[in-house]
Design a protein around this ligand. Structure first.
Ligand SMILES: [Cu+2]
Length: 676
């Protein structure tokens, strides 16, 4: 046995000529550039053999169980996974993978656990190379993405855009077919992608939102950052305000989608309900890499129970239990005790219950409305499994927002959250005031103007290949929304005789509803799109704050293409540099900056622009807040910087709008957003 272990170690050692930390118990870590290189090649052509010679040979020679001193759990996770592998229990390769499939998720998380328990990069990457050849590719990609997001070893690694790693989940079948043809005939091709459906379908007018590859990536990334399977005792840290974040990220998607609809002369989304007809059907025009087409759903069908998942009656019961908790103002925990939700923290508890996650105080009683609803709605095309179809678009975070019913489902849940928020006592003027601080004026420098542009991404990873057949350039061009740069100019007077720390919160809501009737303050504030949130030190006297649209804390820039990521990494490595200059792309959790403002229309769609400057010291959840220049909108690695609820100060019911209009630290005026 000992001899065997030794052999495996020597073999692995031979494959690592560059790393120089062999036999060194303290193993120095490779550079960020090296790690970036490794992650790039672990994900490049993920359905084929690894293209990096070193990683490839590790994948063959590494023995994951040989030296368990390199795992923080003494190899417990790796033993479990290897046993499943040896017992032939793992999902085959070249098969679809869905995180909502319990067994498939378990397998992906077994691998994730191995990564998370790797003490050093060499152990991490060796396992990745080894299991890449042996576990299902979808499971591998999920486990690696989740691990890179959460592992301290990969703090500076930028994940390549998912739409270039697994393009099938983001690209229409028609284009994918052309890509295969291009590869087969060795003819380079650049193919235009059109949104699904025809102009006869009015939902088509807003398909640019739900089908945007950047928005899809935002949705996946958020769910990677705050996974519904996360357990503190297992992962070692708590994800602060995960339930509330769940509410907020989907609330923002909901209100943003409605603003896009108003921009396109469509009614806001109606909530979906179990006992009502699902009016809109959906044809995904999307195919799995392996396992056939995503199922369609015809128009005007009624919900049916889904074999092996849930009965509609049970979902209604779960909903009633949640609504009861809201009406009572408390949730009943597993041990029968009461958890008070009649406060700012209540939304967090409700989010945990509705999604649900292991943070739910009583999953046995409240179930998991959101996750079950996704599967049930996703399967309505074949509820009894008669046609042996693979999972629906709603069973993948990558593809969910393509289906307009996603937004109906989330409007339904958003309304449950609203019921709770509306049950809380409104803020008083005294609570909202910021002593001595007044907004003198707000203006916008530059046009509030959106436009459509062409965006190209590579499909090279979509098609099959072998090292013997050369790659040809294959890509697709999609039309996508963007906006011109602009800045907020905010003049704030600080009448205190000392410097104060301020939180600046910027929102906008549509001025009129679909019938051109102005929203009341209370209705408008619930529809407020968060545009930015940041801190500023205010000196005594007048302060001129200029905040660029590109700086928004709620958005992220476009991640460089996979090709350019590889190119930049290799350039850095050959220049002997230890890092690649790509730090701004490390977190991809925000909304794409292109989507910062809604589309608007040619006449200029009116929005109420709202700025609230609140007491930064009272808002601060962490020390030396003002030195933190990056306001990570959803927190980072468990730390959330803002004490206030998401949406503050607009998150609670407003019975009397004069409270806001009398506040000197609050400003509101009407702006127009144009699309030409
Ligand atoms: Cu979601």
């Amino acid at each position: 046995m000992k001899v065997l272990v030794l052999c495996a170690l020597v073999a692995a050692a031979a494959a690592w000529p560059n790393y120089g930390f062999l036999n060194d118990p303290g193993r120095s870590e490779p550079s960020d550039a090296q790690k970036q290189h490794d992650v790039n090649y672990l994900l490049y052509k993920v359905y084929e053999n690894i293209r990096d010679e070193k990683l490839k040979s590790i994948g063959v020679t590494f023995d994951p169980e040989a030296d368990t001193s390199h795992y923080t759990d003494n190899g417990e996770a790796v033993h479990k996974l290897v046993k499943e592998l040896k017992d032939n229990r793992l999902l085959q390769q070249k098969h679809w993978f869905s995180l909502f499939n319990t067994r498939q998720r378990e397998e992906a998380l077994l691998l994730y656990d191995v990564f998370e328990h790797s003490k050093d990069w060499k152990t991490f990457v060796s396992n990745a190379a080894y299991f890449r050849n042996r576990v299902n590719e979808g499971e591998f990609v999920y486990a690696l993405y989740a691990a890179v997001v959460h592992s301290p070893l990969t703090k500076h690694v930028v994940l390549p855009p998912l739409y270039e790693v697994t393009p099938h989940l983001f690209t229409n079948s028609e284009v994918i077919q052309k890509a295969y043809h291009a590869k087969m005939t060795q003819t380079p091709g650049k193919f235009r992608s059109y949104f699904t459906g025809s102009k006869r379908n009015k939902e088509q007018r807003v398909a640019y939102f739900g089908e945007d590859v950047g928005l899809n990536t935002h949705h996946v990334t958020w769910h990677l950052e705050f996974p519904f399977w996360w357990e503190d005792k297992h992962e070692g840290y708590h994800l602060d305000r995960k339930g509330e974040n769940f509410f907020w990220v989907h609330h923002q998607l909901t209100v943003r989608f409605d603003a896009e609809r108003l921009s396109n002369y469509l009614d806001p989304v109606d909530e979906l309900h179990w006992e009502e007809t699902i009016e809109e059907g959906f044809a995904p025009h999307t195919t799995y890499k392996y396992g056939g087409e995503f199922p369609s759903r015809p128009d005007n069908i009624d919900f049916e129970d889904v074999e092996g998942v849930a009965c509609i009656r049970d979902l209604i019961i779960l909903e009633n239990r949640v609504r009861d908790a809201i009406a009572h103002g408390y949730v009943t925990a597993r041990d029968g005790s009461k958890v008070d939700i009649n406060n700012s923290h209540g939304i967090d508890v409700l989010g945990d219950i509705i999604e649900s996650s292991p943070y739910s105080p009583n999953v046995e009683y409240y179930g998991s409305l959101h996750n079950t609803a996704h599967i049930v709605l996703g399967r309505q095309g074949d509820p009894h499994g008669k046609y042996d179809l693979p999972p629906g678009v709603l069973e993948h975070f990558e593809t969910s927002t393509r289906d307009p019913a996603f937004f109906r489902l989330h409007k339904y849940m958003d309304n449950i959250f609203r019921e709770h928020k509306d049950s809380l006592t409104p803020y008083t003027k005294e609570e909202l005031e910021f002593s001595g601080v007044a907004i003198d004026g707000v203006s916008i420098d530059g046009p509030l103007e959106t436009f459509f542009e062409d965006f190209e991404y590579s499909l090279v990873n979509a098609v099959d290949d072998t090292p013997q057949v050369a790659d040809v350039a294959i890509s697709t061009v999609v039309s996508r929304l963007n906006h011109k740069d602009f800045s907020f100019k905010i003049d704030v007077n600080n009448n205190n005789d000392h410097e104060v720390l301020a939180t600046v919160r910027i929102f906008a809501w549509p001025h009129n509803d679909n019938n051109d009737i102005p929203y009341s303050f209370n209705e408008g504030r619930w529809r407020a799109i968060e545009l930015d949130r940041f801190w500023r030190k205010l000196s005594p006297g007048v302060n001129h704050i200029v905040r660029k649209s590109t700086e928004s804390a709620v958005t992220v820039p476009d991640v460089p293409s996979f090709d350019s990521l590889i190119e930049r990494t290799e350039a850095a490595l050959s220049a002997g540099s230890s890092e690649v200059d790509i730090h701004e792309f490390v977190s991809a959790v925000g909304v794409p900056n292109r989507f910062l403002i809604p589309k608007g229309n040619s006449e200029g769609l009116e929005f109420e622009l709202v700025v609230a400057v609140t007491d930064g010291k009272a808002d601060a959840a962490v020390e030396s807040l003002h030195e933190n220049t990056v306001f990570n909108h959803y927190g980072y690695h468990g730390v959330y910087p803002d004490n206030r609820p998401h949406g503050y100060p607009l998150d609670r019911r407003v019975d009397d709008a004069r409270i806001f209009h009398d506040l000197s630290n609050f400003h509101q005026h009407t702006v127009k957003i144009y699309n030409h």
